[in-house]
Ligand binder design. Structure first.
Ligand SMILES: [Ca+2]
Length: 403
């Protein structure tokens, strides 16, 4: 769903496979040269030259892909907005229906890979609304365009090589291989490199089909999740309630303590039940500030973040999975006045925090741990709960304090 985040992550993990020294090609004239370099690397990795020739024949860059890639979101969504869009009553109901429909298959795959079925269904719901939007871009054209026409040449050159491998091994034509504008394919929106590394031919028909075969799609998702660290046991997250005197600066994804320690500090599950008895490391987050819901993040949360590097995406997966499995909805609503902050508004805030001596990094417009920590210091100074969450009140008080 957020290919940029995921691809940025995978770029780091596939750097060793990248083609060194391939420049970004600013003009169409360089596109053929770029494709030639990719073809040479594909052949080095065992792809028959004829497969590359067929896929690249008459291929032109897709301007629509370049345009979509250059579009930067102006605002980051709030927790309330993001989760409200992601975990709708309709998506929960459809997820439960899919769970029932694929019960025996999901149970078998779940046992084999150690991934609970509700997670497989939740990813399916988040990625493509259960197969409703698989994407209709030609994947080879998309990833080749991104390789040759943007600055992320190394990452997308490798993705193009991997896409050619899929064509070679899977008996598909480039025309048939469709996906998102950024090259994510099938029910689970796998990038070509993920497809090659984790794809599973579960139905045993000799090819991996993530578009039409749910056995293949579910088994591949489970195999990928296991590969990126998902383990049987605790879920990815749980809604919690904090005790009244809880030190809010401990509610930060950078602070990890054993689950047992949080329990000893008085943290309980939202339904009042105790936390699971466990020594696994966990952190606490308040995605809408202290007035909104609180979540404990178990190790599987990190695995979900390895699928998509967005905290709100990972929270949505946990919330959706829990409700697909018949569990409760999130009890605590986010505050009504939670507002999305634009990139520029965050930069402005960082500059003001710097003037007050609370922030020393280069203003980057991102609400990262250092910015949250600076907001906490300001909140402490003016006597507000120090949750690091920039509410409209905090932003306004900051504008007055640091003109
Ligand atoms: Ca198959």
């Amino acid at each position: 769903m957020i290919p940029f985040n995921r691809t940025a992550l995978l770029a780091a993990t596939t750097a060793l496979l990248a083609i060194p020294g391939t420049p970004a090609y600013a003009q169409d004239g360089g596109f053929r040269d770029c494709l030639q370099n990719i073809k040479a690397e594909a052949i080095r990795q065992g792809v028959p030259g004829a497969v590359a020739d067929r896929a690249f024949q008459g291929l032109t860059p897709d301007q629509k892909v370049v345009d979509l890639d250059s579009r930067q979101p102006e605002f980051s969504l709030t927790y309330g907005k993001y989760v409200g869009n992601a975990v709708t009553p309709d998506r929960i109901a459809k997820g439960q229906q899919k769970m029932a429909q694929y019960r025996s298959l999901l149970d078998a795959i779940g046992r084999e890979y150690g991934v609970p079925p509700q997670y497989l269904v939740a990813f399916w719901g988040m990625e493509t609304n259960y197969g409703a939007y698989l994407g209709d871009f030609q994947v080879v054209r998309s990833v080749a365009t991104l390789a040759c026409m943007t600055k992320r040449t190394a990452f997308f050159s490798n993705e193009t090589v991997q896409a050619l491998k899929i064509l070679a091994s899977n008996g598909m034509t480039s025309q048939q291989m469709r996906g998102s504008w950024a090259g994510a394919m099938g029910n689970m929106q796998f990038m070509p490199s993920t497809f090659v590394k984790y794809g599973v031919d579960r139905d045993g028909n000799g090819r991996i089909d993530l578009w039409n075969s749910m056995p293949d799609a579910f088994a591949s998702a489970a195999n990928f999740l296991r590969g990126i660290g998902f383990r049987p046991g605790l879920p990815s997250s749980d809604e919690i309630v904090l005790p009244r005197n809880f030190p809010l600066d401990q509610a930060d994804t950078t602070v990890e303590k054993p689950v047992r320690t949080w329990a000893a500090m008085g943290v309980k599950r939202a339904n009042g039940q105790p936390l699971p008895v466990s020594d696994e490391p966990a952190s606490i987050t308040l995605p809408a500030g202290w007035r909104g819901p609180a979540f404990i993040l178990y190790p599987n949360f990190k695995a979900v973040m390895n699928w998509n590097r967005s905290t709100l995406y990972a929270l949505s997966i946990g919330i959706l999975a829990q409700q697909i499995a018949g569990g409760p909805a999130v009890a605590q609503s986010p505050p009504d006045d939670d507002q999305p902050l634009s990139h520029d508004a965050v930069i402005d805030m960082q500059k003001r925090l710097a003037r007050l001596g609370f922030y020393s990094d280069e203003p980057d417009g991102l609400l990262g741990p250092k910015t949250r920590s600076a907001v906490r210091l300001f909140q402490k100074q003016i006597g507000l709960p120090a949750d690091g969450h920039p509410t409209p009140e905090v932003v306004q008080r900051l504008a007055q304090a640091a003109r």
